[in-house]
Design a protein. Structure first.
Length: 381
């Protein structure tokens, strides 16, 4: 955003900008360009909030310091807005599928307060995960409209969502597995292919939209490197593809996903039930999650630095909310009081533990991969 909207003000950034941003951004003094390894999807979504904040600061004559509290508040507001919008879209999607207003209101709220998603709203609003969460929620909400009516409008909406998601995090391309596999079966795969081929003009239209939205990123890469496509992460990458550290990713005391958000276990139980009962989209979600787990477990640093829980899965919560809701509904329909009490107790315990840990957590786990002594001390706080 600074490169596009505040070119002259880059010279005013402090010399230690690189350290202030966790070595994610640096100012090239020769070209006067702010360089970063991250793609621009998050910046595009934050841009309206950034520009409004900048306008108000100039209007009232405040100090325009980009690392000041005013811009930090702006990030919190932006993250909260997109998280709330994503949760709202999920509420509407759940109500559309199940017709139960109470469940559709309760489940998104539980995911917010019962998982590490709450941390990334309150303590890490500049990370890309909440913005990806919103885009995944939008994809889930609009996908049925696309397949019910493959109009120019719906093609444009899906194209914008998919492109922004990939620009937020390139690995978000996995979202397309859900989109492509939506309500897909062996019975309708032939008609699906025929439908795609017959609408080739809309495919071209979609490609044009995708290129248009991705243009700022391509032009930026061209500006800093002379090439339209580069590997901006350099030596960082999926260097453990032959030895993925799946157990550490999922269960380690150092940011293990399910150890910090045990509520998600219910989503996996629900996914098993969906598969057992041959529910639509269960296979699409499973394939997407298996690939995501394998890919993320292959990253060069499987703990993903200082974080609360495995942050790279936050954007997949919209897809996990679907089997979670299926499981909750299955238990409620049984009208078994004991099962309902046990389930409610487990959920409440997960929420309380999560919020308590977040309150005392300072952003980093200082123990080892399997340091349960330090982890239990965190729980005791």
């Amino acid at each position: 955003m600074l490169n596009f909207f505040c070119k002259d003000e880059l010279k005013q950034l402090p010399k230690n900008t690189e350290a202030l941003t966790g070595y994610a951004f640096k100012v090239n003094t020769l070209t006067n360009i702010l360089e970063t390894k991250y793609t621009c999807g998050t910046a595009l979504l934050i841009a309206p909030f950034f520009l409004l904040t900048k306008f108000l600061i100039n209007l009232f004559g405040f100090n325009n310091y980009y690392f000041g509290l005013k811009y930090i508040y702006m990030l919190v507001i932006a993250a909260s807005f997109y998280a709330a919008l994503g949760l709202t879209l999920l509420q509407k999607a759940i109500f559309r599928n199940h017709g139960n207003l109470n469940i559709s209101l309760l489940v998104p709220l539980l995911f917010f307060v019962g998982t590490n998603m709450f941390w990334y709203v309150s303590d890490a609003p500049a990370y890309s995960h909440l913005y990806s969460f919103f885009l995944a929620s939008a994809l889930i909400y609009f996908t049925p409209y696309f397949y019910n009516n493959t109009s120019v409008k719906n093609v444009a909406i899906i194209s914008v969502i998919a492109t922004l998601a990939i620009l937020c995090r390139p690995t978000n391309a996995l979202f397309l597995i859900y989109f492509i596999g939506y309500n897909l079966s062996t019975k309708n795969i032939g008609s699906r292919i025929t439908h795609v081929i017959s609408n080739y003009k809309l495919i071209i239209f979609s490609a044009v939209i995708c290129i248009f939205i991705a243009a700022p990123q391509l032009l930026y890469w061209k500006q800093i490197s002379g090439h339209y496509f580069i590997n901006s992460y350099g030596n960082e990458g999926f260097t453990n593809l032959l030895q993925p550290q799946i157990l550490i990713l999922l269960f380690s005391t150092n940011n293990g996903w399910l150890l910090y958000s045990p509520l998600l276990i219910l989503a996996f139980v629900g996914l098993f039930l969906m598969l057992k009962n041959k529910q639509n989209n269960s296979w699409a979600i499973i394939v997407m999650l298996v690939l995501a787990i394998y890919l993320f477990a292959s990253w060069w640093i499987v703990t993903y630095g200082c974080a609360y829980g495995c942050r790279v899965f936050v954007e997949y919560y919209p897809f996990l909310i679907l089997p979670f809701t299926y499981f909750i509904n299955a238990i409620i329909r049984q009208k078994n009081k004991i099962k309902i009490i046990v389930l409610s107790t487990f959920i409440i315990a997960c929420v309380i533990i999560n919020l308590d840990m977040i309150y005392y957590y300072d952003g980093c786990f200082y123990g080892g991969a399997w340091d349960f002594e330090s982890y239990l001390q965190l729980l005791e706080n």
